[in-house]
Design a binder for this molecule. Sequence first.
Ligand code: GLP
Length: 261
Amino acid sequence: MEIIVQSDAETAGKLAARMIRRQIETKPDSVLGLATGGTPLPLYRELIRMHKEEGLDFSRVTTFNLDEYIGLAPEHPRSYHAFMHETFFRHVNISADSIHIPDGLTRDVEALCADYESRILAAGGIDLQVLGIGTDGHIGFNEPGSSLASRTRIKTLTPQTLSDNARFFEEGEIQPHHVITMGIGTILDSRRILLLAFGANKAEAVAAAAEGPITASVPASALQLHPKAHLFLDEPAAEKLTRADYYRWVYDQKPGWQKNI
Ligand code: GLP
């Protein structure tokens, strides 16, 4: 696991965007796994800037999102379909046919999940997966207790996740308790993983994920098994890491071309 601590979320997001740019420039038909939530916003802003100002080309890129709420139509403003369209897809030249997000209105969840896995395989697998982390250590919507070998399936959110995400819903709006999410096994099959975490409220989950035991109780700890996992943190999210100074030192030792990706 490579742990990169930056002063703030904007700087860390920009650095993560550079890694994605390198991925796309090396392989223009890359398959990207994408995440929702507040965390990837600086990353998406920077990718949009790279597209608009530097011509970063998404025309041959395929994407698979991690998750979606069951019961929300793609047009629903709180759906992850709508979130992705608003914050990223409509600003870049990605083809609509190349975007994949689970359908929250499916009548057959099991068939949809199997189909989602098949589509990932048919696309050649995910080259680079972007992740955030829940305050309870979840990745995607794999809540604590999720099998580390799990595939795309239905999950029930924890009360903590519901309360963390209540800020995205307006008062009186129904907040779904069930979701479809890629599994931890699905995520681990990606060739490279970028996990972003910002803010002091993520510090405990980050420390448990990076330095604690590998356990289903902290789903993000499964990333310790991945050979190419990179954690992009701001200072507050890194504050509970016992080896933070070592990670900073490792990063400082890198040659400039590697640091600037
Ligand atoms: C959400 C998403 C995750 C995300 C996490 C953190 O519920 N399903 O993919 O990483 O919770 O969200 P945020 O970035 O808003 O803190």
